[in-house]
Ligand binder design. Structure first.
Ligand code: NDP
Length: 314
């Protein structure tokens, strides 16, 4: 049978390119888990994706109710769950003030980390029912959260501190809207959320390795033209793609990045669990090193426990 993969945020950028890449193989049915149903449907159509290879399902990660509703809808569809890709993200680098999810968490960490954390935790049960040989749970990471890289050292740097803001509810009222308890900074909140994504993948690996699910994260390269940068200043959006192409040489097209993510979903040679995948200049995949903070096992455990409380699992 075909594999069934859920990809969050498959209405644009990396998620859409990976959805197309997997659907085209004829070996995967892609559930496009998106907040904008119409946009997702139109995006799939405009790329010529065949109707029998995908299903659009509503998911707004900025609402935990919506996450729970999505899981219900998916279960009712009676499709198997063989692979889950937590890809959706928001990036708000120019925001002066924090904005919040339905439950009142700062939007970047609430969407990118907490929404995905609840989704992945709830869907673990569904994975257990699958007889597929290659079960994978993939959380898209980023170089920007990795302070052992050049890009990760551009200020403001990611830093979760002792998680006091997160433990306080990240609501900007009684507690800070930042994980480390500091002043709101949209660019840092995004980077922090990506560190959470990478820590979460490793904690899943430590806790659930024996289930046979392979847990992985990746940095697909700098996809400088995606919607991720839609909230950035116009000059940045003009200069960023050539800068990445000719100066850092980290640039990758949406199609190439989508193919890389599709590889992590389906390539038998990338089935090792607990790995953060990257690609070198000749587009060969390799197991990359995470920064000290993004591989801190104690922090990963604490993040897991605090997140469980916030999303109502503990
Ligand atoms: P895009 O902005 O193109 O895609 C983000 C997707 O997330 C969109 O489909 C968007 O939906 C969706 N999304 C946002 N908020 C929500 C929400 N509340 N509920 C459900 N879906 C939501 O950006 P990219 O493709 O670049 O980003 C995809 C992933 O790649 C992210 O995890 C990002 O961190 C990562 N990444 C990107 C890099 C880059 O250079 N671009 C580099 C490294 C990692 P909608 O279409 O409705 O807006």
């Amino acid at each position: 049978r075909k594999g069934c993969v859920i990809i969050t945020g498959a209405s644009s950028g990396l998620g859409l390119a990976a959805a197309k890449s997997l659907a085209e193989t004829g070996k995967w049915h892609v559930i496009m888990a998106c907040r904008n149903f119409l946009k997702a449907e139109q995006a799939a159509k405009s790329l010529g994706m065949a109707k029998e290879n995908y299903t659009v399902m509503h998911l707004d990660l900025a609402s935990l109710d919506s996450v729970r509703q999505f899981v219900e809808t998916f279960r009712r569809s009676e499709m198997p769950l063989d692979s889950l890709v937590c890809n959706a993200a928001v990036y708000l680098p120019t925001a002066k003030e924090p904005t919040f999810t339905a439950e009142g968490f700062e939007l970047s960490v609430g969407t990118n980390h907490l929404g995905h954390f609840l989704l992945a935790r709830l869907l673990l049960d569904d994975f257990k029912k699958s007889d597929f040989p290659l079960k994978r749970l993939i959380i898209v990471g980023s170089i920007t959260g990795n302070t052992n890289t050049l890009a990760g050292n551009v200020p403001p740097k990611a830093n979760l501190g002792d998680l006091r803001g997160l433990a306080g509810g990240l609501n900007g009222v009684g507690s800070s809207s930042m994980i480390d308890g500091g002043e709101f900074d949209g660019a840092k909140a995004y980077k922090d959320s990506k560190v959470c994504n990478m820590l979460t993948m490793q904690e899943f690996h430590r806790r659930y390795e024996e289930t046979g699910i392979s847990f992985a994260s990746l940095y697909p390269g700098c996809i400088a033209e995606t919607g991720l940068f839609r909230n950035h200043i116009p000059l940045f959006r003009i200069l960023f793609p050539p800068f990445q192409k000719y100066i850092t040489k980290g640039y990758v097209s949406e199609k190439e990045a989508g193919d890389r993510l599709a590889q992590v979903v389906s390539d038998p040679s990338l089935s090792k669990s607990g790995v953060y995948w990257s690609w070198n200049s000749t587009s060969a995949s390799f197991e990359n090193q995470l920064s000290k903070e993004a591989s801190d096992a104690e922090k990963a455990r604490k993040l897991w426990e605090v997140s469980e409380k916030l999303v109502g699992l503990a």
